[in-house]
Write a protein that binds this ligand. Structure first.
Ligand SMILES: [Zn+2]
Length: 297
């Protein structure tokens, strides 16, 4: 009988939960509102949700482990949430302990993009022995590192915080509290602010359709390209996966973006050799990544 994992993907708006088999079949899933789950406390809401799914999972859907993707930094043991800027009450939670109390099976907690990169490597057919960097442009800049056949967590679990690489000469305060982080110039949060200020008539979804040549938007595309090039120049990965909401927006020119990245790549390598691929993420990629994470344990 194949093993099953209960996989959660917690976002600021929605939380996805589902049972995924070790063969990566999503056997059942649902989407819940995160603020609704957190109406008493996020800890209580998640405990109730997991208890409900464990109780329901009988017979061949019996759960062998639980994995939770969080929009947060997580400790190196993959048990404790360190800092979660977009979900109230999640920071500092011993989430694995809390959920093991109700699940009765091992629980693993991971930064969400660490699960996405596993799903992307599988989905894009990338050699699992290759070194891969994932740069995910959503509200901020998410980053996952896959080195030596495994997700690289760093000494304290917080490796891959590319969005918080400081930019020389800048002092804007980032959501993390530090001055001049790259994320202040290259994420969706910044794009929304720029659009509101410079092009209040244009819906944000059309930003790249109508304003790709405007200096304000060029600056954002440059910051995004610098994020990818910085990562590639430091790590020399075989592949960079580019994902998140921004690169899938209408009018985002992938070829022009690759050129912008190449401008900043060290020559001859990795400029000549770097493969840039786009994630084909769907709603359930985080859950599939969760099952891949658990299977690799
Ligand atoms: Zn920051």
């Amino acid at each position: 009988m194949s093993r099953n994992y209960l996989c959660l993907d917690i976002g600021g708006t929605n939380t996805r939960i589902g049972v995924v088999s070790e063969d990566l079949e999503v056997r059942s899933s649902e989407i819940r509102s995160t603020p609704e789950l957190a109406r008493h406390s996020i800890a209580e809401g998640l405990q109730e949700l997991v208890a409900e799914w464990i109780a329901r999972a009988k017979g061949d859907q019996r759960i062998n482990g639980v994995v939770v993707g969080v929009p947060a930094t997580v400790d190196e043991a993959c048990r404790r949430v360190l800092q979660a800027p977009n979900v109230d009450g999640l920071s500092g939670l011993d989430l694995a302990d809390l959920l093991e109390d109700v699940a009765g099976v091992p629980v693993v907690v991971e930064k969400d993009v660490n699960l996405l990169i596993l799903s992307d490597i599988h989905d894009l057919g990338i050699d699992p022995a290759a070194s891969v960097a994932g740069v995910y442009f959503g509200t901020g800049i998410g980053n996952a590192l896959y080195l030596g056949g495994t997700v690289w967590h760093g000494a304290h679990g917080v490796a891959g915080e590319l969005g918080h690489v400081p930019q020389f000469g800048h002092t804007e305060t980032c959501g993390c509290g530090n001055p001049g982080c790259l994320e202040c110039f290259g994420g969706g949060h910044h794009l929304a602010a720029v659009m509101k200020r410079a092009f209040p008539e244009t819906p944000i979804g059309k930003a790249f359709v109508y304003h790709s040549a405007a200096p304000q938007i060029v600056e954002i595309l440059d910051a995004m390209a610098i994020a990818v090039a910085t990562e590639a120049n430091v790590l020399d990965p075989a592949e960079v996966i580019i994902g998140g909401g921004l690169p899938t927006m209408e009018g985002f020119d992938r070829e022009a973006f690759a050129e912008r990245v190449r401008t900043h790549l060290r020559k001859p390598y990795p400029a000549q050799t770097l493969s840039m691929r786009y994630s084909r993420q769907g709603q359930l990629s985080g859950l599939v990544g969760g099952a891949l994470r658990m299977s690799a344990r």
